[in-house]
Write a protein that binds this ligand. Structure first.
Ligand SMILES: NC(=O)c1ccc[n+]([C@@H]2O[C@H](COP(=O)([O-])OP(=O)(O)OC[C@H]3O[C@@H](n4cnc5c(N)ncnc54)[C@H](OP(=O)(O)O)[C@@H]3O)[C@@H](O)[C@H]2O)c1
Length: 335
């Protein structure tokens, strides 16, 4: 698999990463054995970047990743971990805590759950509104010096925060949503990251399955699927977004690929510093996603996609209003 370097100081990783969140929660029931088999299949195919979060099902996801990686030499895989999101016993999200003491505490538990003595990329999941980013990044930088962390990343923050964080310690990558139907990063964040030499790990490249070509009006109704609570998956928004998918399906058929493969290839084509994270939970979906690496989008294909998918084409916001309000990445740059 092609390799890409995350930013000027970050690690060199596989051009596609595997996001493990859906293997523990969020997208309805997942099969533990199939999840582990999917992680193994990803590694066999050359994927080295594995993304998790300590709050994904309250540690469940990290323990799943540990089980999958137990026989894998540590230096053959790069583990990216998000931290700082607080949850209650019923799973509810209750805020962020990225104070230095909390950061050290979260890391200690993650190392234990993952069964490793270092994490490749460690990042606060969201901006903590109560703590200056400099304090959080300073605390992580101390943990880098102590050898527990290799690189520092960010998640869903805007240009001003990126600049402040990067001034404390070089940032390897920003993890942020980016897809044919989610283009907020193009307003100023991508330019800021390029200027500072910061890579991008793009999530939601299939808009959480919405533009994969496998979603339908009745999908997600059999389990506890968080997507049904988000605006893009609801009512007339869903109708409009599924109509867009039909356009993508037609373009993909011309290209000789599936809609998911074209959507992933489109993100990968936006820059060599961008690594799409795919949220495959089964070997079948993974196999389809891996096919994106063989899709070469010509300037003519890209022009057709640009016409069909202008910025802001999606109906509905990517998160519900309350979560949108917590996204530092939605704030315009002031500098
Ligand atoms: N930093 C952040 O704020 C943040 C937020 C969300 C996620 N993430 C990370 O990014 C990763 C990926 O995000 P995501 O899961 O939202 O992204 P995604 O790849 O856009 O969506 C994944 C969903 O798409 C469906 N799908 C359909 N066809 C697929 C195919 N060929 N390959 C892969 N998936 C296919 C899968 O659903 P079925 O299995 O049901 O078919 C899967 O649940 C997560 O696992 C997590 O590690 C980060």
């Amino acid at each position: 698999m092609e390799q890409r370097k995350l930013g000027s100081t970050g690690p060199t990783v596989s051009a596609l990463g595997l996001g493990c969140m859906g293997m523990s929660e969020v997208y309805g029931p997942a099969d533990r054995g199939e999840s582990i088999a999917t992680i193994h299949a990803a590694l066999d195919a050359g994927i080295t970047l594995v993304d998790t979060g300590d709050f994904y099902a309250m540690g469940h996801n990290e323990m799943l990743v540990r089980e999958a990686l137990q026989d894998v030499p540590r230096d053959k895989v790069q583990i990216s971990v998000k931290f700082g999101a607080l949850r209650g016993p019923a799973g509810e999200f209750t805020g962020m805590d990225t104070r230095p003491a909390a950061t050290r505490n979260f890391l200690a538990y993650s190392l234990q759950r993952l069964g490793t003595d270092y994490i490749d990329i460690y990042r606060p999941a969201r901006l903590d509104p109560n703590i200056p980013i400099e304090e959080t990044i300073g605390a992580i930088a101390d943990l880098v010096k102590a050898g527990y962390i290799r690189h520092i990343g960010l998640s869903e923050v805007g240009s001003d925060t990126i600049r402040r964080a990067h001034a404390v310690h070089p940032i390897a990558d920003l993890q942020i949503e980016y897809s044919l139907i989610e283009r907020g990063i193009e307003r100023d964040i991508l330019t800021t990251c390029r200027e500072l030499g910061i890579g991008i790990t793009a999530y939601g490249v299939l808009a959480r399955g919405l533009i994969s070509g496998h979603w339908s009006k009745d999908a997600g109704k059999t389990g506890k699927d968080y997507r049904l609570m988000t605006p893009r998956f609801q009512g007339s928004n869903l109708d409009a977004n599924l109509a867009l998918v039909e356009q993508l399906r037609a373009i993909a058929a011309e290209i000789g690929a599936t809609p998911a493969q074209v959507a992933i290839a489109w993100v990968a084509a936006q820059g060599k510093e961008i690594v799409p994270l795919v949220g495959a939970r089964t070997r079948n979906r993974l196999s389809e996603a891996l096919g994106a690496a063989k899709v070469t989008l010509t300037p003519a294909h890209l022009a057709v996609l640009a016409k069909a998918f202008p910025p802001d084409v999606a109906a509905g916001t990517r998160y519900a209003a309350e979560q949108m309000a917590h996204l530092d990445s939605e704030k315009p740059a002031t500098a």
